[in-house]
Write a protein that binds this ligand. Structure first.
Ligand code: ADP
Length: 274
């Protein structure tokens, strides 16, 4: 175990000792799923949003909570920049495409850097988890910040989480951190629903397959840690474009080949949780 791993392990042991509080489900929601990545920029937010709309296609009511408080990207990915309404006590999620959304990105302008210290992180998460009036959500998808820090621990300790999905690219550099992420969820008793290999490969216009970030690493890691492997999402121009347009691919074009991969993953996740 590396020095860094030992430190995290010590912090987790300290922070996860039994305490006298019960974990609460988030009001107005049935099931809570975390989408997490050990590293930033591996496609976690893109995955979270497209998974949500794939789940919606199975007739479920979905919401997305953007807990990536340092770099919220939900407003851009779904093309929303309104301020949520409030009755002075609660915040009302924004609604679009038949789903509900909340992000700190709706509350601050997009030029303000999100610099938070530990206690501020905890109070921001408290607001996001206790003060949002979700309406009859079947699956709330939480887009977590990357890494294994205060946000992860706060969620793990306070909220009833039904499962976590870990996103990674197959690159060795990203996989090193995945090991740390798996250990964190195992220590905090959050069920890992499985690992997803994003930006897995690219098919060129000549039909040739390029393994830009390497091959098979996420699936191997899943095997090594006895976790499920949920699937491979290719590098897709349509997926990237849909994020820039604020119109998720699985919503706009559910029969697209990439959307079908999300549908399969959504099906596995629903089966595993319900
Ligand atoms: P994270 O939430 O992990 O920081 P994002 O979801 O913001 O990552 O994705 C990082 C960038 O990569 C974004 O520009 C996004 O549009 C793009 N991206 C993510 N997944 C894919 C993919 N499978 N194919 C093409 N572009 C992708």
């Amino acid at each position: 175990m590396s020095n860094n791993d030992a430190k995290i392990s010590e912090k987790l042991n300290k922070d996860t000792e039994p305490k006298n509080f019960t974990k609460n489900p988030i009001n107005g929601t049935k099931f809570t799923l975390m989408v997490s990545s050990a590293k930033g920029g591996v496609g976690k937010s893109t995955f979270a949003v497209n998974l949500a709309f794939a789940i919606q296609k199975f007739g479920k009511r979905v919401g997305i909570l953007d807990a990536d408080i340092h770099g919220p990207s939900l407003p851009k990915i779904i093309g929303l920049n309104e301020k949520p309404k409030t009755d002075g006590k609660y915040l009302f999620p924004l609604e679009k495409y038949g789903a509900q959304f909340m992000s700190l990105g709706f509350l601050v302008d997009d030029k303000t850097p999100m610099i938070w210290r530990g206690p501020m992180v905890i109070s921001a998460i408290k607001t996001l988890t206790e003060k949002v009036k979700w309406k009859d959500i079947d699956f709330l998808i939480i887009d977590m910040p990357p890494g294994t820090g205060d946000t992860q621990l706060t969620f793990a300790q306070k909220i009833k989480i039904d499962g976590a999905i870990i996103i990674s690219t197959p690159q060795e550099l990203a996989l090193m951190d995945v090991h740390r992420g798996i250990r964190m969820f195992d220590k905090t008793n959050i069920k890992i629903l499985g690992l997803v290999d994003n930006m897995s490969f690219f098919i060129g216009s000549n039909g040739e397959k390029y393994n830009i970030f390497g091959e098979g690493g996420v699936e191997r890691t899943a095997k090594e840690f006895k976790k499920k492997f949920l699937g491979k999402v290719p590098i897709s121009i349509k997926l990237r474009e849909s994020a820039d347009l604020g119109l998720p691919l699985t919503y706009r074009d559910p029969n697209n080949d990439v959307s079908k991969i999300f549908n399969e993953i959504a099906n596995k996740v629903i089966q595993d949780i319900i």
